[in-house]
Design a protein around this ligand. Structure first.
Ligand SMILES: [Zn+2]
Length: 367
């Protein structure tokens, strides 16, 4: 039974990461017999997880059928809970966003708030007209540090939820609920979209700065679930006050607020004015980069892998990534270019997508 499951899982994962394949190609790639592959494909088709996707060109004889995984077999919902907003997405098995929405909804640690989130989720699923039994669950990303079992909140200052539990949400959400740290969720989403990346360091430049470390496609959690808290690395001795109570943290210099404070909290407006060559945006940006470059270089020196810039700021960096690469290369001891540095690919709701992907990942592993 165990071997049967291992085979089925290997076949599904192969189809998940590839263009449609024939039975022969699957058997050859996974070193399995044709009857084993045929039997498993039949079972996966019965579960609606795999489908026929046309015929391959024949080189003589009968044309081989192509098989693909069915990305519409299941869906997952993701929530990005922030101090003032809730972002919500629904994704299919491929990670594609089917629908997203963001609304102002300040976090309050009260039954009314969680009941409100519950009805938001239910209405959102209804509007998408997706069968309830196709919903794998709801992933909930929070700007907090979670306990090792990810059931409770061990540290929270951005929102008032210290000691909080997944139960606060699940009481009002009739689907399995999983909590994630917001930056870990964002990192997972970025790694998912680029199937070739094994190791990634994700620097999340939101109104608070966080990050995540992914090695061999898994989030490195640390011993206290506090890994990747890049926002609280000290970069200036006795520097600016950080909201955490310390001085000189990355957060105090690289939070998105440093930029958007000059445009009434509107980050998109900041980048518009910067592009138009306006002051004080140019001066603010130069000073911001001075510190960001140090943080990025430190990450490269520590982890020697790709670094992805995400969060509100990351979403606007496409036009600036070449100049940032030049600056980080100048600081680098070993490398002459900054090609390891990337702007995030998910421009919208990466955090909510990553939270939802936790359910997709679990589902794929369970097949
Ligand atoms: Zn700090």
């Amino acid at each position: 039974m165990e071997i049967k499951k291992i085979n089925r899982n290997a076949i599904y994962k192969l189809l998940y990461r590839h263009e449609p394949l024939s039975i022969q190609e699957i058997a050859f790639t996974l070193n399995m017999s044709l009857p084993t592959v045929t039997q498993n494909i039949k079972e996966l088709q019965e579960r609606d997880l795999v489908m026929e996707a046309g015929l391959f060109e024949s080189t003589g004889g009968r044309k081989a059928k192509a098989f693909a995984y069915n990305s519409a077999a299941k869906y997952a919902v993701g929530l990005d809970i922030t101090r003032n907003h809730v972002g919500i997405v629904i994704i299919d098995l491929s990670g594609k966003v089917i629908k997203h929405e963001r609304r102002q909804y300040p976090f309050v640690n009260s039954k009314e708030y969680f009941a409100g989130v519950g009805s938001l989720v239910e209405n959102f699923i209804k509007e998408c007209e997706i069968d309830n039994n196709k919903i794998l669950g709801v992933g909930i990303a929070l700007p907090v540090i979670l306990s090792v079992d990810r059931q409770t909140v061990s540290y929270a200052t951005v929102i008032d939820f210290k000691g909080g539990s997944v139960k606060s949400f699940s009481e009002f959400i009739p689907y399995p609920c999983l909590l994630s740290n917001d930056a870990n969720a964002g990192g997972l989403a970025e790694m998912w979209v680029d199937g070739n990346m094994e190791n990634v360091v994700y620097l999340s430049l939101n109104n608070s700065v966080g990050g995540s470390i992914i090695t061999n496609k898994k989030v490195y959690t640390g011993e206290n679930n506090r890994s990747g808290e890049f926002g609280h690395m000290t970069i200036v001795p006795n520097g600016r006050a950080c909201y955490c109570g310390q001085l000189g943290c990355v957060d105090a210099y690289c939070s998105a607020k440093i930029l958007s404070d000059s445009t009434n909290g509107n980050i998109s407006e900041f980048f518009r004015l910067l592009k138009a060559g306006c002051e004080p945006q140019i001066t603010i940006w130069k000073e911001y980069l001075d510190h960001l470059i140090i943080a990025i270089n430190n990450l490269r020196m520590l982890y020697d892998c790709n670094v992805i810039l995400g969060g509100y700021v990351g979403a606007y960096l496409e036009d600036h990534i070449d100049s940032i690469r030049e600056l980080v290369a100048k600081r680098n001891t070993f490398e002459v270019d900054g090609s390891y540095l990337h702007a995030c690919k998910y421009k919208l709701e990466a955090t909510a997508v990553g939270a939802a992907l936790q359910h997709v990942e679990n589902f794929i592993n369970s097949i």
